[in-house]
Write a new protein. Structure first.
Length: 256
């Protein structure tokens, strides 16, 4: 009994010493961060004052953490303010509480503007292999979809962030895995679909309304076509691709 009690006391003492050590290290880190608060705050004040787009933005610093408040007129400028703070020396973190106070655009109107922007800005062959869907609620834009390289995603998010009326963005875009096998299927699918006599008319559209998504050998078709027959033909052509494990045809058979 005595041996067990002594062992328990030793374990309890060791745990207490460990807790004290962790607490001391945490306090030391906070103290070190706090030493730079004045310098950080002065630097932030200068940076915000230097740019007119941040004239209504304020900052406060505690333990190396910068809290941003105030208003901007575009969502992109909210992101820019946070990026400016993160690049300031000795900053440990950023809380971005800035409100986007630009014009209030009706959700349906904003969704239409964004859809048009995304449709015509991504002109090029690679745009065939990404797909984005938008939803807007009270100015908050949710964008989901898939992208082959990440470049299309970055461009789409930048377009959204710079659109007047956007208050916030929820990014649900995934990047497809890097795969030479999938790249081969993509090229074969694009050739089969866009060289088909029925579907070749879609090749003249710079935005490519038939989007070909390939992930681990599985093909999914997105977009809007003129009619149900075109949707069926596209699905048939995709299903004939050698090596494709499956094909899901999610084309809409008629333009909205």
């Amino acid at each position: 009994m005595t041996g067990g009690t002594g062992k328990n006391r030793f374990v309890g003492l060791a745990a207490a010493l460990l807790s004290v050590g962790v607490l001391s290290a945490t306090l030391a880190a906070q103290t070190a961060a706090a030493r730079y608060d004045t310098d950080i705050q002065n630097a932030m004040a200068q940076k915000l004052a230097a740019k007119s787009q941040f004239r209504n933005v304020q900052s406060a610093t505690e333990d190396g953490i910068v809290t941003l408040t105030g208003t901007v007129d575009l969502y992109q400028r909210k992101l820019d303010a946070a990026r400016t703070a993160r690049k300031t020396a000795n900053v440990q973190g950023v809380r971005n509480l800035i409100t986007v106070a630009g014009p209030n655009v009706p959700d349906a109107q904003l969704a239409d503007k964004l859809a048009t922007q995304l449709r015509f800005v991504r002109v090029g062959y690679d745009s065939t292999f990404d797909y984005f869907a938008l939803g807007v609620t009270d100015g908050v834009v949710t964008v989901e979809g898939q992208d082959r390289t990440g470049m299309g995603r970055d461009e789409a998010l930048a377009d959204i962030a710079n659109m007047a009326g956007v208050k916030d963005v929820v990014d649900k875009i995934t990047v497809e895995p890097v795969s030479q096998f999938d790249d081969g299927i993509r090229l074969q699918a694009a050739r089969a679909i866009y060289r088909d006599p029925v579907l070749s008319k879609y090749a003249v559209d710079p935005a490519h309304p038939i989007r070909i998504i390939v992930a681990n050998g599985h093909v999914t078709l997105f977009g809007s076509v003129d009619n149900a027959m075109d949707k069926q033909v596209a699905g048939i052509r995709a299903s004939q691709i050698p090596g494709a494990f499956s094909v899901e045809n999610r084309l809409v058979g008629g333009k909205s």
